[in-house]
Ligand binder design. Sequence first.
Ligand code: ADP
Length: 632
Amino acid sequence: MATEKLQFQAETKRLLDLVVNSIYTNKEIFLRELISNASDALDKLRIESLTNKELAGDAEPEIFVVPDVTTKTVTISDNGIGMTRDEVISNIGTIAKSGTKDFLDKLREASNASAQELIGQFGVGFYSAFIVAEKVELITRRAGETSAVKWTSDGAGEYELEDCEKDSRGTTIILHLKPEFCGDDEYNFTDVYELERLIKKYSDFVRYPVKMNFEVKGENEKPPSLEIRTVNSMKPLWTRNKSEITREEYDEFFKHQMHEWEPPQEIFHVKAEGTVEYTALLCIPKRAAQNLYYSDYEAGLQLYSRHVFIMDKCKDFLPDWLRFMKGLVDSPDLPLNISREVLQQSVEVKVIGKALEKNILKQLGKLLKDERARYETFWREFGKSLKIGVYNSMFDTKAKDALKDLLLFQTSRDGKFSTLAEYVERMPESQKQIYVAAGSDAAAIERLPQMELLRERGLEVIYLTDPVDEFTIEALHEYAEKHFQSITREDFELDDAESQKVKAEVEEIAKTQGDLLKDVKDAIGDAVAEVRLTSRLKSSAVCLATGANSPSLTMEKTFAAMNNPMFKATQILELNPNHAVFKKLEALHADKDSPEFKNLCNTLYSLALLIEGVLPKDPVDLANKVTELLAK
Ligand code: ADP
């Protein structure tokens, strides 16, 4: 096939622009990324050769890093799995991660400083080559194939593909360095010792030898000769003693091993020698992956047996809601050639998984207790996962029990995070239920007319601002034998004497207003299930309540926004009989068929919807009616 010019996918192009314009402050990381990819390619070859003996041949796996001062290049080559032409196109020309577009949009809106921060959490892998190179050539030959392909690009929108010759399998990447990285400035990536230092710093524990050529001075006036040396120690970090490992070493390890761009937030290094022997080195990343909650996010741990890599993304250890955990498990009790199917059935995997889950929950509990601020940082990133965990354990009381004390919610008290235990602790004696309210954010909930009375009584409300919150609360059902009660649900009432008194008064009024309420309902139609009087409003005229078994309006909105009208709230219009507008309603009711009465009913309903943040069906009609009223 002749030379082909291809375009990068639009998102890749935008990302490349960012890389080329070098928003990454740490220029050195390109080497770590390319060595990581090379090491992955060697892993893949090893796994494939388990079933296809001919693939590997006799060549020992190795990675070579060769700088060249004269050509101003650095070449990184591996004898791993390589890529076919099609693989090059799909792996190198596109970014498959969903969430990339969201990320780029966010980045566009971000200020300079926060853009730096955002970009820091987004790994660009292979493209990091363009941080230091003005042109990149990638020559690759898939193991088992005879043809090779060369990919060339300057990172500006296009790349070229052409067939070429390559003696053996694997991938060679030639970086044509930008002048500022050849020694004129602070960097010199053409210098052997500089690169050696970087490999030791970032890639010491890579499982395959990373080799370089070193010049050795000739003795007795002989010319200098070249000596090949392995630069990295190759010792797996997790086999070392915890006490001997520095935080920096852990950080670099996770960056290399898990393709993370920032040091992890929490680290779990566990060694166990019970019925099943294993070492696990896990982390909670600093940030949630952009696509963490998308279906294409590949969760799972790496699996090793006696320090030999077996497989990646092994999902059988941890429950799905712990998908944000990254890391590896190394166990001599698991055979080297275990398949994914066998793994699913493996008792050892179950034992290890259960122990790890317990350990993670225990450590999180400890963090919450001892280092609240750090826990809250974790919660902001991954709280959603724990809430999903509760929901997924709907029928598993034990699992729910393990999680319920790790949950945090904002409340009306001071907008800070509170555990359920802390909330219950603060409840006054007379309060029998845990009050919750759903809304798009704290401000929206604070504006709810129902909040006025609670505020006045000094009662605290838990805010449900994440769409998953309502499901979590539903799944929990109760906490410390106290049921959750939504303050916008029809069956909400306050237990104190004052509230009960007002309630009785309103019930008295309601007895005489049966016809009015029925006619208001008729004027509005089927949009509302019922119209009734309420004692829970103070200065507001109307509010919407939802039926006892109905999802909230917030949930209805969330699902409608996802084009999934699965959840429909049962709406109940509540009127405040002590409000002036109610008197007006009564007066107009004298002629219940008059347009004035009907208009008022529908305007009140539209206003109740607006209060809930729901746009009425006909906003123009509402606007007209209100302006008419204003003009009167
Ligand atoms: P990531 O490594 O996070 O998947 P990269 O952009 O670094 O993202 O690489 C994209 C893909 O290109 C890899 O997943 C791999 O399939 C392929 N690739 C990159 N480098 C090599 C290599 N040296 N050998 C074989 N395949 C590679």
